[in-house]
Design a protein around this ligand. Structure first.
Ligand SMILES: Nc1ncnc2c1ncn2[C@@H]1O[C@H](COP(=O)(O)OP(=O)(O)OP(=O)(O)O)[C@@H](O)[C@H]1O
Length: 606
């Protein structure tokens, strides 16, 4: 009772009742909008992308992604193992084809530079069947439903097959993972029986892992994704892929390594842990070292690990290690490191301008004051209807807050950030991937590499600040939609706190022929033809864009040659862009201090 004798509990009950009613109304609204409708076209499409064959014996869901099923090679096979229908369904799903807009190589401007004198010119492969792949690889590519190579694959496959070191730069979602895995694994398949590392036997029930391929990438989710691609591409061969990453128990990963490992995918921290135990992991036989999202791994904070990989740990006993680096963006500091590590004997393949986005992604930038963001978000989500949506924020706290907010609005939402346990992170990814929760809120760290089918809408609830990745992160974030050059939508909330990003943002918008909102008009450069000039050169003002200054033809429209600079006097390259005496120093030049600041994306925190 209050002092006045009022029955307080009744007031509390009323408030609780009102809240409950509101929640029911919100849930009903989300339901009416189709977010829980499993028969909607969107839900059906999502299910098809992940569906297992209803007739097949279901495979057990692994406790950790590192324990996911891989092809179990039996020594009684000849060179090619027997098919395993249940595993096939798990690995390749039931999708009929992979939609790709990268179907006409001639539409793309591709720069290939190569310093090796006397090496044969690099001819792109236009069809997988013409690439000289191992027959099992050809079959696995078909099972993946990859009909023709994407531009980066068209050039990277012959480069790796002819034994070159490669720096590959191509837009987000353009198939860079397969660009390195297909030729590397294909090369090894023919010799797998001679080359593969030791396997447990009756006398020895565990072995030291001696991988032939080492792939290093910055995030755990990306490592698991590359592992999945390796599981698909190693199918029916003796090559055994494994993945090691932080957060999950070392025990499971150690047990996998002890069964033998030929292809190791790793995040740097866990890799270092395992490398310190020479009875568990020995890198002296590594023939291919791949650094994925190389600019991130070559940025501040990772130097020690990278140096160890390049100079010590991964030097193989035969001295025939091939190095490959990939990313969609390559700020100057990273290019300097490339120059240090990879020296001259490297083929550089660039599809379009370095750091450019897929012009099929519609980019909307809308002015939203801080205190109006939640309302703007909910309006946007309901306006878009039930579709897979990824919302980026800048902090873990905001991530939790936006997740709660959307959940309380009755929406099926999950979230992911570095303070979550690895179990929570894997569960969140699974829920998002399968479409159970088609909305995911994430800190920017998920921007790199994440490949989830049918993300229709990326929303930058917060814009990345220049101190935390800036325009580079923006490019990676919006690249989660519009994969394989397909259409996508990115909406960014902008206000005066984002002024630091304005100029770079406007350049990207102009390049991809997007609408420039009124509030950004004052950032439009006077001379748009030269707005990227000086970047990628010795000019100390380099802000992270790296246009080609090697052959004069580095700008490129990405689709149909129509994206921005493709129209400005640069003609589409018909293939190999000059083996013209390029000097490494010209392109990958000194550090100007630019660095992707640590945004919690470093080992241990993500
Ligand atoms: N030749 C192909 N045809 C059709 N689909 C392909 C082909 N190659 C790869 N893919 C698919 O394209 C999608 C994107 O590939 P991937 O994740 O390797 O892109 P990426 O270039 O590494 O992107 P990001 O820069 O964002 O990491 C994947 O789902 C992959 O299975």
């Amino acid at each position: 009772m209050s002092a006045a004798g009022d029955p307080v509990p009744a007031v509390v009950d009323d408030a609780a009742e009102a809240r409950k009613k509101q929640q029911e109304a919100d849930y009903q609204k989300a339901k009416d909008a189709g977010f829980y409708d499993v028969t909607s076209p969107q839900a059906t499409q999502l299910a098809a992308a992940t569906e297992q064959d209803p007739g097949a014996e279901p495979l057990e869901t692994p406790a950790w992604l590192s324990d996911a099923a891989i092809y179990a090679w039996d020594d009684t096979y000849g060179e090619v193992g027997e098919p395993n229908p249940a595993l096939e369904k798990e690995l390749y799903g039931t999708e009929t084809h992979k939609i790709s807009s990268y179907n006409n190589l001639d539409k793309f401007i591709v720069d290939v530079t190569c310093d090796e004198e006397g090496e044969p010119r690099l001819q792109p492969v236009r069809r997988f069947e013409e690439a000289g792949l191992h027959p099992v690889m050809e079959e696995n590519v078909k099972l993946c439903k990859y009909s023709i190579p994407t531009p980066i694959q068209a050039y990277c496959i012959p480069a790796v097959l002819t034994g070159r070191d490669v720096v590959g730069i191509a837009q987000t979602g353009s198939g860079k993972t397969a660009a390195f895995l297909i030729p590397i694994l294909s090369k090894l398949m023919g010799k797998a029986k001679q080359l593969c590392g030791p396997r447990p036997s009756d006398r020895n029930d565990r072995v030291t892992a001696e991988p032939l391929v080492l792939v290093v990438c910055p995030t755990r989710e990306l490592a698991c994704q590359i592992f999945d691609e390796a599981r698909r591409l190693c199918y029916r061969t003796m090559l055994r892929p494994c993945v090691v990453y932080g957060g999950a128990p070392t025990k499971n990963q150690r047990e996998q390594l002890e069964k033998g490992c030929d292809v190791l995918i790793a995040t740097p921290g866990r890799l270092m842990d395992f490398m310190s135990n020479v009875n568990l992991l020995n890198l002296s036989r590594v023939k291919f070292t791949v650094i994925d999202e190389a600019d991130e791994l070559l940025s501040e904070g990772w130097e020690d690990i990278m140096e160890k990989l390049f100079e010590g740990g991964s030097t193989n006993v035969d001295g025939d290690n091939t190095y490959l680096m990939f990313s969609a963006t390559f700020p100057r500091a990273a290019r300097k490191m490339v120059r240090e590590y990879m020296e001259d004997a490297v083929v550089k393949i660039k599809v379009g301008r370095v750091g450019s986005t897929n012009s099929q992604i519609k980019q909307n930038v809308v002015w939203v004051e801080q205190n109006m963001k939640q309302q703007a978000l909910i309006d946007l989500i309901f306006a878009g209807g039930a579709q897979r949506t990824l919302v980026f924020v800048n902090s873990k706290m905001t991530c939790d807050m936006v997740d709660d907010f959307l959940y309380n609005k009755g929406l099926p939402v999950t979230s992911i950030h570095s303070d979550r346990t690895q179990r929570e992170r894997e569960d969140a990814m699974r829920a998002f991937r399968t479409g159970r929760t088609p909305i995911m809120v994430a800190t920017g760290v998920s921007a790199r590499g994440l490949d989830v089918p049918f993300i229709r809408h990326v929303i930058n609830y917060d814009m990345p600040s220049t101190a935390h990745g800036g325009i580079t992160e923006y490019v990676h974030r919006i690249g989660r939609t519009g994969r394989l050059g397909t259409e996508g939508l990115a909406t960014s909330f902008y206000n005066d706190r984002n002024d630091d990003l304005g100029e770079d943002l406007v350049k990207i918008l102009i390049e991809t022929k997007q609408e420039i909102p009124d509030f950004l008009q004052d950032k439009v450069p006077e001379d748009q033809n030269t707005m990227f000039d000086g970047q990628g050169t010795d000019d100390e003002s380099d802000d992270g864009f790296a246009v080609d200054d090697l052959n004069g033809g580095g700008f490129g429209g990405d689709l149909g040659g129509s994206g921005g600079f493709g129209d400005q006097g640069f003609t589409a390259d018909d293939g190999f862009k000059a083996d013209d005496g390029f000097k490494a120093e010209d392109g990958f030049k000194a550090d100007d201090g630019f660095g992707d600041a640590d945004d919690g994306n470093k080992m241990g925190s993500w």
